[in-house]
Design a protein around this ligand. Structure first.
Ligand SMILES: Nc1ncnc2c1ncn2[C@@H]1O[C@H](COP(=O)(O)OP(=O)(O)OP(=O)(O)O)[C@@H](O)[C@H]1O
Length: 263
């Protein structure tokens, strides 16, 4: 038995003559909650795609849930790895009932067909919607929701199959302040529950790291700047290197803030 949930070993991804991930190694273990941080184009989404098992590296090895990439079949990966991303959101039909959007993830499906769901699935979907403060939207159609409501429904959906690895690509992107903070509280609760999956959350902003997160991967231009516990990685020096400008960093009650250092 190993407690490694995700391991990248000297992984590179190239597209044409562009190296978008450059020799990255990373080990993510049981119980950890990771944030993947970096500026636009740093390679954050690509790392998350590798972790879904749906993208293969150009070189190096990826192990997901203790298996070398390719050994787990796609259906198994879909239920053991939960994903919320804007690309996935784009594949959800606007006319789909919100509760079905969540429930269909139990079987790794998008869109309801003829599957039979039992009371357990229905109750779990309702509980997850409630955990993200959107239980009242269960009977609405997905297309009628605001952007913030859709984000929360998607995170609920990603948790439906009780995954071992939860991947969230900019879950707070486009949310207003209230929506972001509600999402942060819900994710803090999940982060603090030992039964929760390992989490990897992609963001550009240290303000969008929920309290209770433990580790960070800092990326710039496809290269790893640093990885490790938050206290060791979210330093002014490493964050300034990651974002290419001199930053001041503060931590208050488990949350982080950064701003440009005064000139
Ligand atoms: N198929 C492709 N061909 C060429 N370049 C690509 C391809 N896919 C991604 N890229 C480039 O790889 C880089 C990393 O992309 P990625 O989406 O992983 O970055 P990101 O850190 O998630 O960016 P953002 O914060 O802007 O979403 C970008 O410069 C992007 O343009």
């Amino acid at each position: 038995m190993t407690d490694e949930v995700l391991a990248l070993d000297n992984v590179s991804v190239t597209r044409g003559d562009k190296t978008i991930i450059d020799s990255i190694s990373l080990t993510v273990r049981d119980g950890e909650r990771w944030v993947v941080l970096g500026p636009n184009g740093a390679g954050k989404t690509t790392v998350l795609q590798l972790a879904t098992g749906r993208m293969y590296p150009t070189s190096g090895e990826v192990h997901i849930l203790g298996e070398k990439l390719g050994r787990l079949d796609v259906a198994e990966l879909r239920s053991r790895v939960g994903l919320a991303s804007s690309a996935l959101e784009g594949r959800i039909q606007g006319r789909e009932r919100v509760k079905d959007v969540v429930m269909t993830a139990a079987y790794g499906m998008i869109g309801r067909w003829r599957e039979a769901y039992d009371d357990f699935d229905e109750t779990r979907a309702e509980d997850l919607l409630a955990a993200f403060g959107v239980a009242h939207l269960a009977e609405r159609t997905f297309g009628t929701l605001s952007e913030g409501e859709r984000k929360r429904v998607q995170v609920a959906r990603a948790l439906m199959s009780d995954p071992e690895l939860l991947l969230l690509d900019e879950p707070a992107g486009g949310l207003d302040l209230g929506g972001r903070e509600e999402l942060m509280w819900a994710l803090t609760e999940i982060a603090g529950d030992h039964r929760s999956p390992v989490i990897m959350l992609v963001t550009h902003h240290v303000e969008e790291i929920p309290a209770g997160f433990t580790h960070a991967l800092l990326l710039r231009n496809g290269k790893k700047v640093a990885d490790g516990p938050l206290e060791e990685t979210l330093t002014p020096h490493l964050l300034s290197e990651t974002f290419g400008l001199e930053l001041e960093v503060e931590r208050h009650r488990g949350r982080w803030a950064a701003r440009a250092a005064r000139r």
